[in-house]
Design a protein around this ligand. Structure first.
Ligand SMILES: Nc1ncnc2c1ncn2[C@@H]1O[C@H](COP(=O)(O)OP(=O)(O)OP(=O)(O)O)[C@@H](O)[C@H]1O
Length: 275
């Protein structure tokens, strides 16, 4: 892992999941775009090792919230705490260096580049040798490149995409592109992985594969995962805890069972009118 690992106490839940201390905390976050309040006074925490989902109807503010976590948006009100310290308003690449990586709702890969090269771009934040050092000190740059390639090859094996490693991403079917995006995010060796609708547009078989990979990443690397997803079956199967948003507000927060049985959540999904 690129980020320093703190001493964490893990507890094992009844279903055998290892969940640690609080890794990140959103405290009273409000985010506005002009007159539109996308997020209103939202607080929740993310524990180390857990799979935490954010759900809600269209326009509820889920992507906005994920963008606050990733540092892309800075909220007008509230505080973001990461690893026990308040995170100042810093550039997204600095957030990435702290060990937070993400995938996007609309695939954001380089179509003309191979799968391998796309995944290598995920390691940019970890590369020490810049262009000048590469020119002046070729040996070190070459050694570093080899080390990065080894890590990337391991991820390629892990996500079972060896057969397409030299293929241009633009030629891949949608489900595989999504898997390459996951691979690129993993290449950054994140402590916290943010997945924005990783199953959107997938068929049943592709969804099953993606679920398996998400669970494997969490289990094998201990990566904490925050997930936005519309497929309720997937959310309820994968998540340790779920935040429910509606009209920018938090209307539920708990285990899948707690959330499923919450009247406020049922109302939001059935479209009960808001006063
Ligand atoms: N960049 C922006 N500028 C202006 N308004 C925005 C912007 N991004 C989001 N909004 C508004 O903020 C609200 C929340 O949007 P957001 O995309 O976060 O919701 P969402 O729950 O992710 O929706 P969906 O499930 O449809 O992706 C919406 O009213 C949206 O129109």
């Amino acid at each position: 892992m690129n980020a320093q690992t703190p001493l964490t106490t893990f507890t094992t839940t009844a279903d055998g999941r290892k969940i640690g201390d609080i890794l990140m905390e959103m405290k009273n976050i409000t985010l506005r775009f002009g007159g539109v309040k996308a997020v209103t006074d939202i607080s929740f925490d993310i524990r180390e090792g857990e799979i935490r989902s954010i759900i809600g109807p269209n326009g509820a503010g889920k992507s906005s919230m994920l963008n606050v976590i990733s540092g892309f948006y800075v909220p007008q009100e509230g505080e973001v705490w990461f690893r026990g310290a308040r995170r100042p308003a810093i550039k997204p690449y600095k957030v990435a260096r702290q060990g937070i990586a993400r995938t996007f709702q609309n695939i954001a890969l380089f179509d003309g580049m191979s799968v391998l090269d796309n995944i290598m771009t995920g390691r940019l934040t970890l590369m020490k040798t810049g262009l000048l050092r590469q020119a002046l000190w070729w040996g070190a740059a070459e050694r570093e490149e080899t080390a990065h390639r080894e890590k990337v090859e391991k991820i390629i094996d892990f996500l079972e995409i060896q057969a397409i490693r030299k293929t241009s991403v633009g030629r891949l079917p949608y489900g595989l592109k999504k898997r390459v995006e996951l691979a690129r995010a993993l290449a950054a060796e994140p402590k916290l992985l943010l997945l924005d609708e990783p199953m959107a547009g997938m068929n049943v078989e592709e969804k099953e594969d993606m679920c398996r990979f998400i669970l494997d990443v969490n289990d094998e690397f201990g990566t904490t995962i925050v997930l936005i997803e519309h497929d309720m079956g997937v959310v309820m199967d994968l998540s340790d805890r779920v935040v429910v948003m509606d009209y920018g507000k938090k209307i539920g927060d708990g285990t899948p069972d707690e959330v499923r049985n919450s009247q406020a959540v049922i109302d939001a999904y059935l479209g009960v009118s808001h006063e």
